[in-house]
Every structure is written in structure tokens, then in C-alpha cells.
Unconditional design. Structure first.
Lengths: 623, 225
């Protein structure tokens, strides 16, 4: 079997994580609900579901015949009167069979607060709405019932409270021993309160973080939008969970709550559309207009439209929100990449949670009034962090692959360059070889070739003395040697060529018993010359030495070569019969040497010595 | 002690001249000659000489083969190659085959005798051009990346070559055109010692090139493991 590719395994890894996360959230959710009601089946906790209530401003418990109504708990109905603040008395009966263990009373939800009495005695106070304040508690309450207040048999628990909400909400009551009650209480506190606090803090921090990120990369509009969403949500939760609000600020507070809540819905809808590449300017405008209009209406009219705002205006966002969700889900279905799928799942979770919250708030279902929407946002945040991480990983991978590609390309380019350089070198060499061939051909033609030819003609037409013939042929051979010595297309150093010449001449003069001294002064490491320049220098030397051999009858020859930074000085001196005597004979040789020296830009002179002759040559160097 | 000399040369003029030169000296004796490669091989097999003079341009067999054969069969002898120009290509090939000297065809008789004498005394002749080529050979084979120009630029040994420090110095000085005498004066040795160094260098080059050949052959799979 083929091993899965890295990309595939990363993708499946991410999806698995996401799936597990969602499962975990759902599981926690169900466990939480299970915990909340698990106590119901417990042997010693009594869940009270029957109650009586009365609308009354009385400070004391109204008389039994004052007009109590029997209801089932949780009691969740629309406000029964048009009064802004309605005061209630609730009372429930419960039986006590054993007085051995102290009993505790647990209110899983005591949203509106209240004064709690047992058999007419106050056992707990939780601030409730009055003329000065508005309250909303999102946490359970647990109180000890002082054992002295209880008696075996039937007992009564009374709660006095005031409600401003459009809905009257009064939850169930559990009575039982401390151990179980406290466990339930802790669980509820955790899920209703702690998680919400954590989520709020998380949202505000992440929102700020994303905004900072956005500020440094303004082109990432999607992230900016999400950052604002998260901030709105954080603010909304913060506002919502302010339990006690003075009535003077209630309108502003509520307005801020509507503004942030609806703003969040608007922004998340726009975000979802943008995420699924279905952004529509008109849709956005309508949505924003609707949002601002609702807020403006509440600001102008105030509390009287509160119910309309909550029941209709907020619900009115649902179609927009649903449309955006459908777009996103379709996008996720069409492009089943992990980010789209994760985003789709988070949206679904949020949808489920918000529908739950709406159902609870509007009393569509018979469930305790626990709001869970705040759990949707962390899921969103996780997805978003996942997406950012994903993008980071992808970018990292891209950078790596770009580097790799670059390296490969650089290597390829290097190889190409090397190849073309090699070709160039080859071409240069071949050019040099061609040039050299031309030079040698030219040289043979003008030098050895014509010399041989003239020797041949002379031998054919006149009876040459043997010595003359030998001399002429020797000249031919010597010249050929010079040409061969200078045959170095890739090496222009004159030193070994000069050395070779010296080596050859030394043995020739030695065999004729003529003392031959060759002196190099300041010899450098190398001395580069164009081949034809080198050859001309050698030919002048050769001519001068040949003249000495032929005509001077010398006993000693001195060759002095001085290497100076800017010139090469050559001096050839002999102790022979002198220049004047031989001038007539060597006329042609001298003019040859002069011409050659001129050709290479050198200075040539012949000077008579006291005994013998001195030939000097001075060649300027290029640098 | 008389030095026995055998000559393998297809040109009758040269052969007779060399023979004449050898026979004219009391220190040397002519022990045989051949005018082609086949006869040359037989001569090497049958006649034991101190020095074999071999021409490269034989009609049937490459003179290089004969040099190899002679060196292999008679390691104590000296093989000299006879060349027209003493050009580096031919001379170095011969040295790599095992020759320890070379004689120019137009050398004077004095030169020819001097050359063989030097050889028998343990020295070898060398021209600056050949010295330079050998130097380049050691440098390019021991370090492929070496630029030939470095030959002259760096007077001391940079890369490990099979040559000793002194041999390298001598070779370097030779390549610059210094005479044996001058080199001897520079390093406080006699010119004979310089000549002996040269012979040693020739032998090292022969071994070195044989090593190279074996290496190349092994690489190509011609030789077994």
C-alpha cells in the first residue's frame, strides 16, 4: 500500500482534531444537562415542580386566599401586566421526612433574584429588581435551610421578587442534602459562569490580538472582520453578564447590549459571506441598515419596544444569518478543504446553540433557562486559530518549497553557466589554436619555407661550398626549433622558451670550444608575451649568436638579460674581430634584427667594443 | 669500464652516424643495431647493452613499446630516445614509458657521448620546456583544480606530489631556464647531483604515470580487482 502523502495526513489530522473538538463540545453540553438534571433521580434530592404564585407588592406573604395561582415549574410566561416592574410572591410546599441531615435549597436558575423564606423566615437574599436597579443573575444559588425552621411533614418555601423582563421566569427548586446539592451547584456555576467568564476574556484578548494583526496587515480584511466580530461578542457577553444595572443606566445598557449583539450577528454574517466568497455589497448595506435602525428605534422609543426588539427585530436577523450560513455550508461542501469544513461545523454548532438559547428565552421548549451561546464563540475561535495555523503551515511549506526550487534552479543555472563557460573556454582554445596555426603557417612561409626554398635553388644552380650549405641548413633547422619552442597556445611565459634556447646554444658553443656565459638578472616568476613578440625576441637573439658563430671568431660570448619592471634588456657581447670588419658581410642579418626590434616596439643597437661587438635590445613591457 | 650501446633506428644515415660516434670512443662499444621494431625487440631480448638508443618513428612498432619492453626486461639498463626536436610531447611520452634521457638527432658527437656518459653516471639531461611540462603534469594530476599559471606563481610545493621537496625545487628552477650549474650553486650541490635529481624525477614520472594508467584501467574495468 502506498503510504499517505504528508499533505493528506496533515489534512486528515486537522479534520480529526476538529471533529473530536466538536464531539467533545457536544458531549460536554449533554453531560452538563445530564448533571443539571441528574439530581432529579437521586434518592435524597427533591425537585419541586409545583408552585403557586401571586402578583403582589406586599412586603409580607399574602394570605392563602389572596388569589394564588397554581403553576408548574419552571414558570415561564409573558409578562402578565403592562406594568414595567411587576412584584411577585412564589410559594412551594415540600415534605420533610427526616430531620437528621440538614437540608439545602438549590435554585439552578434564579435569574431575577429574590428574598427566600422558609416557613415565613428569611434564609437568603439575592438582590432583585426594584425602582432603583435592574438585575439579571446568570448563576445558581445554594442556601442552607436552618434546621430549626423545619419540621417533619409539610413545609413551605416562599420567594419574593420583582421582574422587569418581558418574560416572567421562575425556575425549579431542588431541596436535598449538601453533598449532592453542592456538586450540582459547582457544575452549574462552572458551565453558566466560569466558562462564560473565560470565554469573554478569551474573546476580548483574541479580538485585540487579531486587531493588532490586522493593523499590521490591513489587506487581510477577513481577519479584521473576524477580529471585530470577536470583540463585539466579548463586549456583548460582558454587558449581558453585568448582574446589577442601575435603572438610570438601564436604557443605555440595554442599547449597548442590542448594539453589540446585533452587531455581532451582522458582522459574523458578512464574515461568513466573505469567507465563502459570496460577499454582496447590497446585502451588507441592508443588514447594517437594519441593525442601526433597530438600535435607533430602541434609543428613541425605549422600553415600550423592548419586547418587539427582542422577539421580532433580533429574530429578523435570522434569515440573513441563515442565508450566510447556507452560503458557508455550501462553500464547505463544494470545497471540502479542512478550513471550510471546520468553519462549517463551528457555524452549525453556533446555530444549534443559538436556536437553543432562543427557544429557552422565548419559552418554546420546556427547558431550564440556561444560555449556552457563549460556548459557540470559543469553537469559532478555535477554528479561526486552526485556520491561521494552517495558513502559517502552508506558507511555511511554500517558503520551503520555494527555497528548494530556488536551490535547484540555482544549481541548474550554475551547471548551465559552467557548461557555457567550458564551451567558451573550448572556443577560446580553439580560437587560440587557429590563431596559432595561422601564425605558424605565416611564419613557415616567410621563414623556414622560403629559406629552405632559397637554399634548394642555390644548391640546384650553383656549386655551393659544403660549409655554406651546412650553414644555411643549420639556420633553417634553428629557426624551426624556435618556432616549435614558441608553440604554446595556452602558456605565454617567455622564461622556459628563453631557457630552452639557452640550453641549446650552450651545448652548441660548448662543442665549438667557445665560452658561453648567460646571465639572468632579477628574473621574475614569469614573463608573459604574445607568441609573436616572444618569437621575434628569440629570432633576434638567434641571429646575433649565429653572426658570432659565423663571423666573429670569438673566444667568449656573454648574454646578459636584465629583467626590469618596465622593460626587458638584452645584451650580447663577444670578444671577436669586431663589428666594423664584419659589417659588410652581415648587412642583411643586421637589418633583419633591426626590423624585428621595430616590429615589437624595441630599441636595437650594435656597438663596437674595445675587442668585439655588443648588441643590445630593449623591449618595453606592457605595464 | 666500457659502456655497451645498442641502437634501434630506421634511418640508415643516422644509424651509421651514431654507430660511428660510438665506435670512435674508447669508452664505448657498439653491440648491435636494428632498423625496425620487430628486430628491435629481438635485439633487446638477445643483446644485453648498458644503453639502448631508440628512435620513436619506427615503421612497424611504436618506439614507445620498445622503450617499455627494454625497461621491463633490463631494469639496470638506460634507454635513451632519439628525437629530432626534443619537443616535450615526444620526450615526456618516452620518459613515462621508462626512458631516462633523450638525444637530438643533430647533436654533435661530443654531445652524444657526453649524454650517454651522464646517463651512466646516474644523471639525466632536461630542457626547461620539458621541466615545465613535467611540473605541470605533477600539479594537474595531483590536484585537478590547479591552474597551470600557478606553476610559476608559487615557488614552493603546495600540493602533495610524489616528488621530494628538493626534487620539486630543482624541477622548478629548471623550468625557469636555470642551468644545472646555477641550480647547483643555489642549493649548494654539484651539477652532477642536479642531473641525478633529474633522473630521479624521470623515474618518479614513469612510476606516477604507470600508477595513473592502472588507476584509469581499474576505473574502466580493464583490470580486475
Amino acid at each position: 500500500m502506498r503510504p499517505p502523502s504528508l499533505a493528506y495526513s496533515v489534512s486528515s489530522w486537522a479534520t480529526t482534531i476538529m471533529r473530536n473538538l466538536v464531539c467533545l463540545l457536544l458531549m460536554i453540553f449533554s453531560v452538563c444537562r445530564g448533571d443539571a438534571f441528574g439530581a432529579e433521580g437521586g434518592p435524597s434530592v427533591t425537585r419541586i415542580r409545583q408552585a403557586e404564585y401571586i402578583i403582589s407588592d406586599s412586603d409580607t406573604l399574602p394570605a392563602p386566599d389572596a388569589g394564588w395561582s397554581a403553576i408548574n415549574l419552571p414558570h415561564h410566561v409573558a409578562k402578565p401586566t403592562r406594568r414595567e416592574l411587576v412584584n411577585y410572591w412564589y410559594k412551594v410546599g415540600f415534605d420533610v421526612t427526616s430531620l437528621d441531615e440538614p437540608l439545602w435549597v438549590l435554585f439552578p436558575q434564579l435569574l431575577s433574584g429574590g428574598d427566600v423564606y422558609v416557613n415565613g423566615a428569611l434564609i437568603g437574599v439575592k438582590p432583585w429588581a426594584n425602582e432603583q436597579i435592574q438585575v439579571r443573575w446568570y448563576r445558581p444559588e445554594l442556601w442552607l435551610i436552618p434546621p430549626l425552621l423545619l419540621h417533619a411533614g409539610s413545609n413551605e418555601l416562599e420567594v419574593r421578587l420583582g421582574i422587569r423582563e418581558p418574560f416572567t421566569s421562575f425556575g425549579e427548586i431542588d431541596i436535598g442534602p449538601e453533598k449532592i446539592q453542592r456538586e450540582t451547584y459547582n457544575t452549574l456555576v462552572f458551565w453558566e459562569d466560569t466558562t462564560a467568564d473565560v470565554s469573554t476574556a478569551l474573546c476580548l484578548l483574541c479580538g485585540l490580538f487579531i486587531m493588532v494583526f490586522w493593523a499590521s496587515r490591513p489587506q487581510e480584511k477577513l481577519y479584521g472582520l473576524f477580529g471585530v466580530c470577536v470583540l463585539f461578542w466579548g463586549l456583548r457577553t460582558l454587558l449581558l453578564r453585568t448582574p446589577v444595572v442601575p435603572v438610570d443606566f438601564f436604557l443605555v445598557w440595554r442599547l449597548a447590549y442590542y448594539f453589540t449583539t446585533a452587531g455581532f450577528i451582522v458582522l459574523i454574517s458578512i464574515f461568513m459571506l466573505q469567507f465563502s466568497s459570496r460577499s454582496n455589497r447590497n446585502f451588507n448595506r441592508i443588514l447594517i441598515a437594519y441593525w442601526l435602525a433597530g438600535c435607533a428605534a430602541f434609543m428613541l422609543i425605549g422600553m415600550p419596544v423592548r419586547h418587539a426588539i427582542e422577539a421580532y427585530w433580533l429574530t429578523g436577523f435570522l434569515p440573513f444569518n441563515l442565508y450566510a450560513m447556507v452560503c458557508l455550508l455550501r462553500y464547505a461542501a463544494r470545497q471540502p478543504n479542512r478550513t471550510a469544513i471546520a468553519m462549517g461545523l463551528a457555524i452549525l454548532l453556533a446555530l444549534v446553540l443559538s436556536v437553543h438559547d432562543l427557544a429557552v428565552q422565548e419559552a418554546w421548549i420546556d427547558m431550564p433557562e440556561i444560555y449556552l451561546m457563549h460556548l459557540g464563540m470559543p469553537a469559532f475561535l478555535l477554528v479561526m486559530i486552526g485556520i491561521l495555523l494552517d495558513r502559517f503551515l502552508i506558507t511555511l511549506k511554500q517558503v520551503e518549497s520555494v527555497n528548494e526550487k530556488l536551490e535547484i534552479r540555482v544549481a541548474a543555472r550554475e551547471a548551465e553557466l559552467k557548461q557555457s563557460y567550458d564551451q567558451l573556454r573550448k572556443l577560446e582554445r580553439s580560437h587560440a589554436a587557429t590563431d596559432e596555426r595561422h601564425r605558424i603557417l605565416q611564419d613557415m612561409h616567410d621563414g623556414v619555407g622560403s629559406q629552405l626554398l632559397s637554399t634548394l635553388m642555390m644548391a640546384q644552380h650553383t656549386a655551393l661550398p659544403q660549409a655554406t650549405l651546412v650553414g644555411l641548413l643549420q639556420e633553417c633547422l634553428d629557426d624551426m626549433r624556435l618556432v616549435i619552442d614558441s608553440l604554446t597556445p595556452d602558456d605565454r611565459d617567455l622564461l622556459p622558451v628563453l631557457g630552452n634556447f639557452r640550453f641549446r646554444m650552450e651545448s652548441r658553443f660548448h662543442s665549438l670550444n667557445i665560452k658561453f656565459d648567460w646571465e639572468n638578472r632579477n628574473m621574475p616568476e614569469s614573463m608573459e608575451f604574445e607568441p609573436d613578440v616572444g618569437l621575434n625576441i628569440l629570432r633576434i637573439l638567434q641571429e646575433a649568436l649565429a653572426n658570432i658563430l659565423k663571423h666573429a671568431k670569438a673566444q667568449r660570448v656573454v648574454v646578459d638579460i636584465t629583467f626590469e619592471p618596465d622593460r626587458l634588456k638584452i645584451r650580447i657581447a663577444d670578444d671577436g674581430c669586431g663589428f666594423v670588419e664584419t659589417a659588410r658581410i652581415q648587412g642583411r642579418g643586421v637589418s633583419n634584427m633591426r626590423n624585428r626590434a621595430k616590429k615589437i616596439g624595441g630599441k636595437f643597437s650594435i656597438n663596437p667594443l674595445q675587442t668585439g661587438t655588443e648588441v643590445s635590445l630593449e623591449i618595453p613591457l606592457a605595464n | 669500464m666500457v659502456t655497451k650501446v645498442a641502437i634501434i633506428e630506421d634511418n640508415a644515415e643516422f644509424l651509421s652516424r651514431f654507430r660511428h660516434v660510438i665506435e670512435s670512443s674508447a669508452d664505448f662499444s657498439f653491440v648491435g643495431s636494428a632498423v625496425n621494431g620487430t628486430d628491435g625487440l629481438a635485439l633487446i631480448n638477445n643483446v644485453c647493452a648498458d644503453a639502448y638508443l631508440v628512435d620513436l618513428g619506427l615503421p612497424d612498432i611504436d618506439g614507445i613499446e620498445l622503450i617499455r619492453h627494454a625497461v621491463k626486461l633490463r631494469p639496470e639498463c638506460d634507454v635513451m630516445v632519439i628525437t629530432v626536436f626534443g619537443d616535450d610531447t615526444h620526450v615526456i611520452q618516452s620518459i613515462e614509458a621508462g626512458a631516462t634521457g633523450y638525444i637530438l638527432k643533430d647533436s654533435t658527437s661530443l654531445d652524444i657521448l657526453e649524454c650517454i656518459r651522464t646517463l651512466r653516471e646516474g644523471g639525466s639531461p632536461i630542457s626547461p620546456m620539458i621541466a615545465r611540462r613535467i611540473l605541470q603534469k605533477f600539479q594537474t594530476t595531483s590536484e585537478p583544480a590547479a591552474v597551470p599559471d600557478q606553476v610559476t606563481a608559487i615557488p614552493t610545493q603546495v600540493t602533495p606530489t610524489p616528488l621530494s621537496e628538493r626534487e620539486y625545487q630543482v624541477l622548478y628552477a629548471l623550468s625557469k631556464g636555470l642551468s644545472f650549474k646555477e641550480i647547483g650553486a643555489r642549493y649548494y650541490i654539484s651539477s652532477h647531483t642536479v642531473a641525478r635529481h633529474v633522473k630521479k624525477i624521470y623515474r618518479v614520472l614513469a612510476v606516477h604515470s604507470r600508477g595513473e594508467a592502472v588507476y584509469e584501467a581499474t576505473k574502466l574495468g580493464i583490470l580486475g580487482q
